[in-house]
Design a protein around this ligand. Structure first.
Ligand code: HGY
Ligand code: MN
Ligand code: MN
Length: 410
């Protein structure tokens, strides 16, 4: 089986970011070329081990926490200066790609490695995180970053049970909270996971904000019945009712706003037999937008439509409500300046994907750097970004860190 690019040795010495990424890519690689590093999984901790070894090779002090995060520290030489924190996630979606999350961790380590190799000691301490549980999972997503930011709510429905299944408890996670008073900012390099940069022939996205991620559990309650003897006029078919609601919600979403997105990613049907009319169907309704009023409008319309469907009763429960966040305007300026100095074409853009930078925005100023995704594909084995584009993003990250280190004000 021929290995994809990151595992093929190229004629020229691989750059640090591509080398580290290739190493992380040894964890959770599947036969079909996709990746899966699930919550608290052996594959996830294999990636953590790889990253920790890299951190120690660079000379960073490392530590782990109960939330599954790996953390490396490269001390600065000015005790009055705060930390610059770089991070992203090491978990993946099932059948995910090599770059989502892992790139940002590899870029952070490549910056630390370059500082060491160039004999540069920053005034600011440089910290790099590999976060756990960023993807959608029983712990609620952006889990490791929420844990250190103190945003895991002890009464989050199902959290204690989900943690117990992994051999952990809520107290341990709440204890992962750290003090951010000594942090100057958080930076994250990430693949765009969309096609805007590629469409416009640009190599860097200076992120202005991250959309909200709002999820509801929607349940249609009808009446199970015999598939052969129950005439259509007598049915309370939960599957058909749910299908009607989903189609109507999709239509409403398109009417409300061009950048409002609505997704039904999961469905479960009971009793789930071919010859029984479904009595209960449960789905996840997810919506995202930068403006709260847009998602509020959509869920309002969904509730109205559900009430009018008649052949099933609907329960609509909010599961996740991560509001949109804005990136820090000064960090955006420094990132843009760094890209310009490096002669790399760039633009300002919002992120349609959620990121660990979202919880970080509640405790420190955030900046994000995007690199292009080929065909806009992500969360699939076809996810791909060229080595040169990954290096460009890392160059901009490196320059941004140097500029921030030269700033007097904290
Ligand atoms: O769902 C997201 O937007 C992110 O990739 N976890
Ligand atoms: Mn990601
Ligand atoms: Mn993702």
């Amino acid at each position: 089986m021929s290995l994809p690019f990151p595992h093929r040795r190229r004629r020229k010495q691989m750059s640090a970011v591509n080398e580290i990424l290739a190493q992380i890519g040894a964890a959770g690689r599947q036969e079909d070329g996709g990746y899966f590093r699930g919550c608290y999984s052996p594959e996830y901790f294999q990636a953590v081990d790889i990253v920790e070894r890299q951190m120690q090779k660079i000379g960073m002090e490392t530590d782990r926490d109960a939330a599954g995060n790996i953390h490396g520290v490269l001390p600065g030489n000015d005790p009055k200066a705060k930390s610059v924190v770089i991070g992203s996630h090491l978990d993946t979606v099932p059948g995910g790609g090599l770059y989502d999350g892992a790139y940002g961790v590899a870029a952070g380590l490549a910056v630390a490695k370059r500082l060491r190799e160039e004999g540069k000691i920053l005034r600011h301490t440089l910290e790099v995180y590999g976060f756990h549980g960023e993807e959608s999972n029983p712990l609620g997503g952006t889990f490791g970053s929420r844990a250190i930011a103190g945003q895991v709510k002890p009464d989050q429905p199902g959290l204690a049970e989900a943690l117990a299944a992994y051999g952990h408890n809520v107290r341990e996670i709440l204890d992962c909270r750290r003090d951010f008073s000594g942090v100057k900012c958080y930076l994250e390099a990430h693949i765009e996971q969309g096609d805007l940069l590629e469409q416009e022939g640009l190599k860097i996205g200076v992120v202005s904000g991250i959309v909200s991620v709002i999820r509801y559990r929607v349940t249609a309650l009808g009446q199970s019945n015999h598939a052969g003897t129950t005439m259509m006029k007598n049915r309370r078919d939960a599957m058909v009712a749910m299908a009607r609601l989903i189609a109507a919600a999709d239509e409403e979403c398109r009417k409300i706003d061009d950048t409002l997105v609505f997704t039904v990613g999961t469905i479960a049907c009971q009793p789930g037999s071919e010859n029984v009319i479904p009595g209960r169907v449960e789905c996840t309704f997810e919506m995202r937008h930068m403006k709260k009023e847009k998602t509020d409008c959509l869920i309002g319309r969904i509730r109205e439509i559900a009430a009018g469907i008649g052949t099933a009763d609907f329960e609509i429960t909010n599961k996740i409500d991560k509001g949109s966040v804005s990136c820090d305007s000064h960090l955006m300026e420094v990132i843009s300046r760094s890209a310009s100095e490096a002669g790399i074409c760039h633009r300002i853009m919002a992120s349609g994907a959620g990121h660990d930078a979202n919880p970080m925005a509640h405790v420190t100023p955030i900046g994000m750097i995007f690199v292009p995704s080929r065909g806009g594909l992500s969360h699939c084995k076809e996810e791909w970004t060229s080595q040169e584009e990954l290096e460009s993003g890392t160059e901009v990250l490196y320059r941004t860190v140097l500029h921030l280190d030269e700033e007097a004000k904290e």
